[in-house]
Structures are given as C-alpha cells and as structure tokens.
Design a protein around this ligand. Structure first.
Ligand SMILES: Cc1cc2c(cc1C)N(C[C@H](O)[C@H](O)[C@H](O)COP(=O)(O)OP(=O)(O)OC[C@H]1O[C@@H](n3cnc4c(N)ncnc43)[C@H](O)[C@@H]1O)c1[nH]c(=O)[nH]c(=O)c1N2
Ligand SMILES: O=C(O)Cc1ccc(O)cc1
Length: 482
C-alpha cells in the first residue's frame, strides 16, 4: 500500500481496537476518546504531510515500487542521510519537537535492525530473516510503532532472576513449534494506545547476565494482540482549547505500562529468543542506536529553535532583552542550538558505510550530543521559566478574556511592551505549557530519560572513550621537559 494518509492511520486504529485502559476504564475507540483524540489528530497530520510534501517525505520502495515514507529509507549515501534528516525535521516543525515518538524514531530502528541484521543470525538464520522481512512489512504498510525496553522498577539492586517475584518482568514461558509464549510486565511505552505495534526490545544501558536469559527477548507484537493490555497513565491533555493549552491539547502522547498475559508471538515476529549476549548488543551491533540518535538530534534541533523563539518572544513582549543576564540566557539557548547543528553536520559529513552497506553517521558526534542534550534540556526549560517569572502563572484563559466584565481589564492590565493582554497571555500560556504544565514538566522528564538513564549512559561514555591519546599527549609533553 505504501505511505498512509492521516485518514488511513485513523481508520486502522479504529479497526484495530487496541486494548487500552485509562483512568480505570477500557477505551472503546482511542480515536474518539478524550485522552487520545487530539494526539491522534496530530499523528494523522504527520501522515498527511507525507503526501503534501511528497518530494521530501516519500521515496520509491526498492521492493514494490510504491511510494513509501522517507523516514524508512535505508541510507547508502550521505545524501540519503540528509534526506532522512530533512524528513524528520519537516515532521518535527509541525509539532515543534514535542512529539518524542513521531514515527521516524522507530522507523529508524526497524530500518537499521532489518538491514544490518547479521547479529540476529548468530542464534538462528531465521531471526535475521525475520528482522529484514519485518522492516519491509513496516515500511510497505507504514506501520506505526512504539517500543518497550524497561523491566518494572521493583528492585534495581537485583537482576531480574533475583527479584522476589521473578515472574513480574516480561519473560519467556514456552517455546513451541509455532512461536513463543511470553508473560509479565514491561515499561514504558509512549504512544502505545495510538500506534499499531510494539517493538519489545531489551534496554542495553544495563547489560544482562546469562541467568537473565529468560528475560532477554526481542520481538514485535500487535497492540491488539490477545493477552496484551496497554495501561496508559491519565491524560495531561486537560481541555480541547488550543489557545489555553497550545501544546498539551495537541501533542500529549501518553505513556503506558504494557502487560502480557501468556501472549503468543509467532516465530516470524521473533528476533532474539532467550539470549542475553545477543540482546546486550542489539542497539550497538546493528547500528540502530546511531540511526535513532541521528533522528533524535535532528528533532532536538527543531525543538531548540522553538524554545529559542519562545525565549526571544518573551524578552520582546515584556521589554527585558537589554538586561545582561537575559541576553546571557538567550545566548545559552543559541549556543545549544548551534552546538547541536554542528554535531549533526559532523555526524553526516563523516558518515561511513558499515559492514552491511548502510551509510552510518559518525557516532562520536551523535553520542556526544545524545549524552549532552538530556543534561542541558532541563536548563533550557528553566531559562524560559526564569524569563517569564510571574507571567508564567498570571495566565487567565481565553474564556476570561471573553467575559464582558473582566475581558477589558485583562487586555489592558496584562498588556506587554508592544502587544495587548490577549496576545501576551497567549504567548505566556505557551511558555507555561512548554515548561511548567504537567505536559511541559513531562517534556523535561522525557528529554532527560527517554534514551536511557543519563548517569549510566555517562559512565559507559566515559569508560568507552578512547583515553590513551590524551594521556600520552601529556606524558610526551612532560617527558620533553626533562
Ligand atoms: C516520559 C518518559 C517516556 C518514556 C520513558 C521514560 C520517560 C520518563 N521510557 C523509559 C526510559 O527508557 C527509562 O526511564 C530509562 O531507561 C531509565 O530507566 P528507569 O526509568 O527504569 O530508571 P531506573 O529505575 O533504572 O533508575 C532510577 C534511579 O536510580 C538510579 N539507578 C538505578 N540503577 C542504577 C545503577 N545500576 N547505577 C547507577 N544508578 C542507578 C538512576 O540513575 C535513577 O536516578 C521509555 N522506555 C521505553 O522503552 N519506551 C518508551 O516509549 C519510553 N518512554
Ligand atoms: O537501551 C539502549 O541501549 C538504547 C536505547 C534506549 C532507549 C531508547 O528509547 C532507545 C534505545
């Protein structure tokens, strides 16, 4: 079928009837439910953009000749990488970088794991074949995906097999002729309610030992499969009004706990079965982490552009842009933006073909960026809050402005340097939704954690950094002084 439209996305979700719970109730139709309908429309918009900007967003499938999504493209040249990035950034502009799980993120994962799939063959040739075929299936049918990597937060001091109830975490129950049976819980699946399928992969930030083999699985499951329950947290999309809630009323993706009750997964959808050694290498050896980081940094650039725009607009609205610390804070955001742009440039222009023939960005540049941005993002949010000051909470609603008795008071009383109160408050409500509403706070939390715990990622970063040249540099410098 090729790249789908927004309408087709919604129709598929309606038909699938994913098993979703929110606020203690089973959801009949996520496309109509108040917790999800707005973000469903934002996702639909992404799929429509594919067709509105065909040149940038689509390419011809090498297997069927259909027009398929650019964010699925297997890159073999630097130009391909740039084209993937431009497609990602086109999408990101439509959601101001607020949708962490726009489909390009996991399209990058299935592409890399499908095309650089020899790791999966170490256990069984069929698994590598499954990964390749799944990539093609996802691309040709424009499957929307979430993923779930984390074991429940029971006792992080222990391995999974050592937990007091070792059956809580998702584990292998049985292998049979047709497939596997799995049972247990996985965290956390952003957008689980509103996507077609879930990639159940290991987190490799913490390496698993052999005794955790039963928990070491990689497979994909349909979000309406028998025995699967998506238990979504309460929605932080409080009201439909886009003036009052400019971001949360559009981009509240939802995060879900995924429960598997003796779920059958056919062999065709299994990539790793009970093998911690292979699981520990899934993101690294396939270069999926590199392509995902390429998407992440590309999107972060657009998000930072948006944050800079909000900061500059606040400065102008209340006439604070001549103050030294205000300029300094603006400078911090500008430098973050330029730094991220430099990372992506180096990553793309130093890209090399990997052993599988996939053009792979320079991971050194992307790895630095993906380790740095989570640490800097909460500071960007803080800058917005500090600049906005009381304006972040002095934010009446559109209804207040429309009330005859108080509307004019607000227009006058809340005016800015060059704008009336209505315009100024709309901007400050955006600043609030970006940084301080439940939605905005989650954005900071998401940026900090979604790619793994930054502390443990940082330890791995330090441990794997090639240090000898720098130590030798100093050693040689000192020895020349003798
Ligand atoms: C908003 C949002 C959205 C998502 C996700 C998170 C969030 C916040 N995630 C989950 C994400 O991958 C996860 O948060 C990180 O990997 C960190 O793991 P835990 O949350 O389990 O923290 P964890 O429980 O491991 O850590 C809690 C605290 O303990 C510390 N700690 C624990 N073990 C430690 C150790 N061995 N050494 C040092 N410190 C240690 C950590 O540093 C941290 O401060 C996710 N995942 C997913 O698969 N799909 C998804 O869609 C999403 N979406
Ligand atoms: O676990 C990993 O090694 C990489 C990873 C972590 C989170 C994520 O969303 C994607 C990949």
């Amino acid at each position: 079928m090729g790249a789908k439209t927004g309408k087709q996305y919604i129709e598929r979700l309606k038909k699938a009837k994913n098993t979703v719970y929110v606020d203690g109730e089973k959801v009949e139709d996520v496309t109509e439910h108040k917790a999800f309908k707005n973000v469903v429309n934002s996702m639909a918009r992404l799929y429509d953009i594919q067709h509105e900007k065909k040149e940038k967003m689509l390419y011809t499938s090498p297997t069927t000749g259909d027009q398929v999504g650019m964010t699925f493209k297997h890159p073999t040249t630097i130009d391909d990488l740039i084209a993937r990035r431009e497609a990602t950034q086109e999408w990101a502009r439509s959601h101001a970088g607020m949708m962490g799980r726009s489909p390009d993120y996991l399209n990058a994962e299935v592409m890399a794991m499908g095309m650089n799939n020899s790791l999966f063959a170490e256990a069984d040739e069929r698994f590598a074949d499954n990964a390749r075929k799944y990539y093609e299936y996802a691309r040709e049918n424009d499957i929307s995906l979430t993923h779930t990597l984390i074991h429940p937060q029971v006792n992080r001091a222990k391995a999974e097999h050592e937990q007091k109830d070792a059956n809580v975490s998702l584990h292998l129950v049985e292998e049979n002729q047709d497939g596997i049976i799995v049972d247990g819980i996985r965290l956390l699946a952003t957008q689980a309610a509103i996507t077609d399928e879930t990639l159940v992969f290991p987190s490799t930030v913490k390496k698993a030992g052999e005794l955790d083999d039963p928990y070491s699985l990689a497979f994909v499951v349909e979000n309406n499969a028998e025995g699967v329950k998506m238990i979504s947290r309460e929605s932080w999309d409080y009201r439909d009004n886009k003036w009052d809630y400019p971001l949360s009323s559009q981009f509240e993706e939802g995060d879900a706990i995924v429960s598997f009750e003796n779920v059958f997964i056919p062999w065709e959808r299994v990539f790793v079965c009970g093998n911690s050694d292979i699981c520990n290498r899934t993101f690294g050896d396939t270069n999926a982490v590199v392509h995902m980081a390429h998407q992440v940094v590309s999107k972060a650039i657009i998000k930072t552009e948006f944050i800079l725009g909000v900061a500059l607009s606040i400065m102008e609205a209340i006439g604070i842009d001549q103050f030294q610390h205000v300029k300094d804070k603006g400078r911090d955001i500008m430098i973050t933006l330029e730094t991220m742009r430099s990372h992506i440039y180096r990553a793309e222009h130093n890209a090399k073909l990997d052993e599988s023939g996939m053009m792979t960005p320079d991971f050194a540049a992307l790895n630095a960026a993906r380790n740095w941005y989570p640490r800097i993002y909460p500071k960007l949010a803080e800058i917005i809050r500090v600049l906005a000051a009381s304006g972040l909470t002095g934010i009446p609603t559109q209804a207040d402005f429309e009330n005859e008795e108080i509307g004019d008071i607000l227009r006058r009383g809340l005016q800015g340097a060059h704008v009336d109160g209505y315009e100024r408050v709309q901007l400050f409500r955006l600043a609030w939704d970006l940084t301080a509403s439940a939605f905005g706070t989650r954005q900071s939390h998401y940026e900090y954690y979604f790619f793994g715990d930054p502390v443990r990622m940082g330890m791995t970063y330090f441990d794997t950094f090639e240090k000898e040249p720098y130590k030798n540099f100093v050693k040689d410098f000192l020895s020349d002084l003798k």
